[in-house]
Design a protein around this ligand. Structure first.
Ligand SMILES: Cc1ncc(C[n+]2csc(CCOP(=O)(O)OP(=O)(O)O)c2C)c(N)n1
Length: 283
């Protein structure tokens, strides 16, 4: 199988420095050409498929915003019927995953369909102008939370694990090899696998075009968004080990304009959430 070429070519029109496109390149490096991709509506789809051009070198199907999981399941069922082992990889943003497509995703998990589901987590509905999603972290300014979001970020990993999904993982755009390795493992699993990747959004996070990777690295260094891997329901890989010394969360928040309004008390609350992460995800 040919994995040497670039399955997502540079000819797309995402923002310069987009974290999601960089993460998607790392996902693509794990795939050979016996793969069908399904993309929900969102930035990845819009920026890579402006008619009559396409940046994809693999068969690629656009679903509705909400039903990428059902479309992926349908393709897999048809392939099974034809006795083909072609892999199906679904890609969707956090709005499509955490909110609008969550019912379809739950159905996919429940049926145990053999597909890999990737959520590119920009922590907002980026494509339509940065509205808050179920993934937006507390305190973050979006166009629908101009004073900062109140809610706690929904725990999608726990939701996937509660469905008995055998491979559940988390990464960030700053760790390309980690992403590629996780996608390869997910493809080995029989049944559904869920991977979410923190993908800094230049306009949404109000960062400079050269800061997406820095932000995604700080997310891990501050224990805000650790690298995690659960196999058969057990945490078997984590960036939080005995030797881990967390950087203070303020370093991560300060970089991003979406957090520029926070008070000392709010920063302390966000720090305590990161401290909790260190306890929960320590291996
Ligand atoms: C049912 C439905 N509701 C709303 C929209 C409008 N819409 C298109 S893309 C988008 C935002 C996508 O956000 P997300 O899934 O987080 O992906 P991102 O753009 O952040 O990568 C929205 C709201 C739509 N196409 N269909």
């Amino acid at each position: 199988m040919n994995t040497s070429h670039n399955n997502l070519t540079p000819g797309h029109n995402a923002c310069a420095g987009c974290g999601q496109l960089s993460a998607a390149q790392s996902v693509m490096r794990a795939l050979d050409n016996d793969t069908i991709l399904v993309s929900a509506t969102g930035c990845l789809e819009v920026t890579t498929t402006a008619h009559p051009q396409s940046a994809w070198r693999l068969p690629w199907m656009h679903s509705l915003f909400e039903n990428s999981a059902a479309v992926g399941s349908g393709i897999k069922a048809a392939l099974k019927n034809k006795k083909k082992n072609t892999k199906v990889v679904i890609q969707a943003g956090d709005g499509a995953t955490y909110d609008i497509g969550i019912g379809f995703l739950s159905g996919l998990f429940e049926r145990g369909d053999d597909v890999v589901y990737i959520c590119y987590d920009t922590e907002a509905y980026s494509n339509t102008g940065i509205q808050a999603s179920g993934s937006t972290p507390a305190g973050a300014k979006t166009t629908t939370t101009p004073g900062g979001a109140n809610e706690i970020k929904k725990d999608m990993l726990a939701i996937a694990l509660a469905h008995g999904v055998k491979y559940v993982a988390q990464s960030t755009a700053a760790f390309p090899d980690d992403i590629t390795a996780k996608v390869k493992k997910a493809l080995q699993v029989e049944g559904p696998a869920y991977i979410q990747i923190l993908s800094p959004c230049i306009p949404g996070w109000k960062i400079q075009t050269n800061e997406a990777i820095k932000a995604a690295r700080l997310a891990v260094a501050t224990a805000s968004y650790p690298l995690l891997e659960y196999t058969n329901g057990r945490l078997n890989n984590s960036s939080i080990k005995d030797s881990f010394r967390a950087q203070k969360v303020e370093d991560y928040l300060q970089l991003q304009g979406r957090f520029s309004h926070l008070s000392r008390k709010q920063i302390a609350n966000i720090q305590s959430q990161a401290d909790k992460n260190i306890k929960i995800y320590k291996l």
